[in-house]
Design a protein around this ligand. Structure first.
Ligand SMILES: [Zn+2]
Ligand SMILES: [Zn+2]
Length: 170
């Protein structure tokens, strides 16, 4: 399956179905530019208020991620919530209210699900907090074992060494 969307069924809402569930698949780029496929379940609670509907959505699922340190693929848990007000007919009084045609029987939730998953994207995607990453010199995965590369010298010590040699030569 490629990307799959999710819609709210407004016809079923009129029949009294105020809880609706569905699944969505979205491909989102992480902070490093890698594509992460998200497979999520969306549970929506709809509360009709006249011509408006208060919609609360709970997203739970997983993302197929790649660790920014060791570059290994792994599954990441994802969970987030969002809510908005849907108005059937009329004009929008502001950004907070989404307007659909009065006769609309469906509302496509996919763009809002996608947007809230993007907001949840971490700056650094790590397979685990303590991931040791790769050796910058030979590429050895430090989670699996050490290599024989000498640790790179901290350039900050160079200045100190130069200073102490200058002092000695005085
Ligand atoms: Zn890692
Ligand atoms: Zn190495």
């Amino acid at each position: 399956m490629s990307t799959g969307g999710i819609t709210l069924d407004l016809g079923r809402l009129d029949a009294g179905e105020t809880r609706q569930e569905g699944t969505a698949t979205c491909a989102i780029r992480d902070a490093a530019g890698d594509e992460e496929r998200h497979n999520v379940r969306v549970s929506s609670t709809l509360e009709p208020l006249g011509r408006r509907v208060h919609v609360r959505c709970h997203i739970v699922g997983g993302a197929e991620s790649k660790c920014h340190r060791c570059l290994k693929p792994f599954q990441r848990q994802v969970e987030t919530r969002f809510e908005f007000v849907l108005q059937r007919g009329g004009t929008s009084p502001g950004d907070e209210v989404v307007v659909v045609a009065e006769t609309a029987l469906e509302f496509d939730l996919t763009p809002l699900v996608r947007e809230s998953l993007i907001l949840e994207e971490p700056i650094r995607v790590l397979c685990r907090e303590q991931c040791a990453g790769l050796c910058a010199q030979c590429g050895q995965d430090r989670n699996e074992g050490s290599c024989d590369c000498a640790p790179p010298e901290d350039p900050r010590w160079d200045d100190l060494r130069r200073l102490s040699e200058k002092m000695k030569s005085r």
